[in-house]
Design a binder for this molecule. Structure first.
Ligand SMILES: Cc1ncc(COP(=O)(O)O)c(C=O)c1O
Length: 505
């Protein structure tokens, strides 16, 4: 089938793709650099010679030579499929998508693309309450009006798990004009949703399911990992490939499923609209390479990584006061499967908070974690990482901290209380974001419409989102969480002395 020239030059092509052992885009970049063409175009560093010398030394002359602009013949222009098109076709094949788009503004861009795409079919959306902030921003970008669906909360750990199909079904029933549903799986803590059940519920009501699988880009490459969302009926999947699979930071992919509920051309337009006209060839090259690594060696690498992580979990469990979350979590409300590529350590038995322990191992051992909370710390491991070395350092550091420096009493003894219900949505997040606003003392804000988000951690579920009416109960809850040593995300004033509210006329 011949296809016309698309705006992004990335159209899916029928026919065979090169074997997954090849990386056509990366190889084309390399051939370009080795040819040493006369570069009378951007970027102004000219592939290295015109760069700041220290920049060339630090980033590497090789990297600068591969930094080329869009619309370069033989790379993303010329006979089709171009190497750029081939790279995306091969990514679609590797991840099991109908079509995939490389993104250069992270999975954040993927979430913006997803909601802007859904906004073509309606103005309402059912969305998991504790989505990543980029999905809340996507509500602002797309103008969609959300009906929020709560995820399950683990009352002991004070962390949020996933949305259940029953909860999604109820929210969709309340929102008959919803153009789709958007959920997150896996969570920061490795909990994986019942994506098949969620997709069935959405499809039964005739709408597509968007899955933010930012943390699960490695799932297709090992049978012992949770089943990837695309194989379970998800219609659009956002994958933060840089996170675990290991492309360069800020690179990501959005994948279209086979369901036919989302128009491929609309996704294509949304990707283009939300993207620089100068997407980084280094980021795209890293996606092509990371796809090859995952597709050809992912099974072997993940087998080794998972075995190493089993040993690390066992070693952490031996330490006094520590426990590790794992497959035992499966079956808890909102947890259908578990991603073993992270080590989530329950620190409640140590006398210290997760914040405190994370600070100590950072200051004393130069170990930086992905996340620290009141009750847990989270270490994330890469698909191809030597986890034996990094895990051993983590275990040694924790052992030393627990033996010498952590004292009972470091930790707040207050039990976690579930947050109060969120306030009425008076206007869409976009309307609130664009409305006239003022900053006022939080004490005077009851009854006003919020122009910003407030999310007290734990468990980090937004208590307030732009467009919602502020209640005394919610403001008291957030204030109390801060007093108890929790943190506040999203707010312009992290101490909640002031708050940004809409000026209602
Ligand atoms: C669930 C989720 N979605 C999306 C994102 C955004 O990803 P990126 O940083 O690649 O833009 C994150 C980032 O941490 C995330 O945790």
């Amino acid at each position: 089938m011949s296809v016309s020239e698309p705006a992004t030059g990335r159209r899916r092509r029928e026919g065979p793709t090169p074997p997954q052992s090849e990386a056509p885009y990366l190889e084309a970049l390399r051939a370009f650099a080795e040819r040493r063409p006369v570069r009378l175009h951007v970027p102004g560093h000219k592939g290295g010679p015109a760069a700041d010398p220290e920049m060339a030394e630090v980033l590497g002359e090789r990297a600068l030579a591969l930094d080329i602009p869009a619309l370069t013949p033989g790379i993303d222009q010329g006979p089709e499929p171009t190497p750029f098109q081939q790279a995306q076709l091969m990514a679609a094949e590797a991840w099991g998508a109908r079509r995939s788009w490389f993104l250069v503004n992270g999975a954040s861009q993927g979430n913006h693309v997803a909601l802007l795409t859904l906004a073509h079919s309606g103005a309402e959306l059912v969305v998991q309450r504790n989505v990543h902030s980029s999905t809340i921003d996507a509500l602002i970008v797309s103008g969609m009006r959300p009906t929020f669906v709560a995820s399950e909360i683990d009352p002991e750990l004070g962390v949020a798990h996933c949305v259940t199909p029953e909860a999604l079904d109820r929210a969709l029933a309340e929102t008959p004009r919803a153009a789709g549903a958007a959920i997150v799986s896996p969570t920061y803590f490795g909990a994986v949703a019942d994506v098949q059940g969620l997709a069935e519920v959405a499809h039964a009501r005739g709408v597509p399911l968007v899955v933010d699988e930012a943390w699960g880009s490695h799932f297709p490459f090992h049978l012992e990992l949770p089943t990837p969302a695309l194989s379970l009926g998800a219609d659009l999947v956002v994958s933060s490939t840089h996170k675990v699979v290991g492309s360069v930071t800020q690179s990501a992919i959005v994948h279209l499923g086979e369901g036919g509920l989302i128009d491929e051309e609309v996704v294509d337009r949304c990707v283009t609209l939300l993207e620089s006209t100068s997407p980084s060839s280094l980021l795209s090259g890293s996606l092509d390479a990371a796809r090859r690594l995952a597709a050809t060696r992912g099974f072997e690498l993940l087998t080794r990584t998972m075995a190493g992580l089993r040993d690390i979990r066992a070693a952490v469990r031996e330490l006094p006061g520590l426990d590790v979350l794992d497959e035992r979590l499966v079956g808890a409300p909102g947890v259908h499967a578990y991603d073993p590529l992270r080590v989530v350590i329950d620190v409640r038995g140590t006398g210290a908070t997760g914040y405190e322990l994370a600070r100590r191992i950072r200051e004393h051992d130069d170990i930086l974690l992905e996340l620290a909370g009141e009750n847990v710390i989270v270490a994330v491991f890469g698909m191809a990482e030597d986890v034996v070395a990094s895990g051993a350092r983590l275990v040694t550091a924790l052992r030393e901290e627990l033996a010498s420096r952590v004292h009972p009493g470091d930790r707040s003894r207050e039990a976690f209380a579930p947050p109060p219900p969120w306030g009425e949505l008076v206007m869409s997040p976009r309307e609130a974001f664009l409305a006239p606003q003022e900053v006022l003392p939080a004490a005077d804000a009851v009854g006003r419409v919020a122009a910003e988000s407030l999310a007290a951690y734990p468990p980090g579920i937004p208590n307030v989102l732009p467009g919602e009416r502020l209640t005394a109960e919610t403001l008291d809850y957030v204030r109390r969480a801060i007093e108890l040593g929790g943190s506040l995300r999203g707010a312009s004033d992290r101490e909640l002395r002031t708050i940004r509210a809409v000026v209602e006329r």
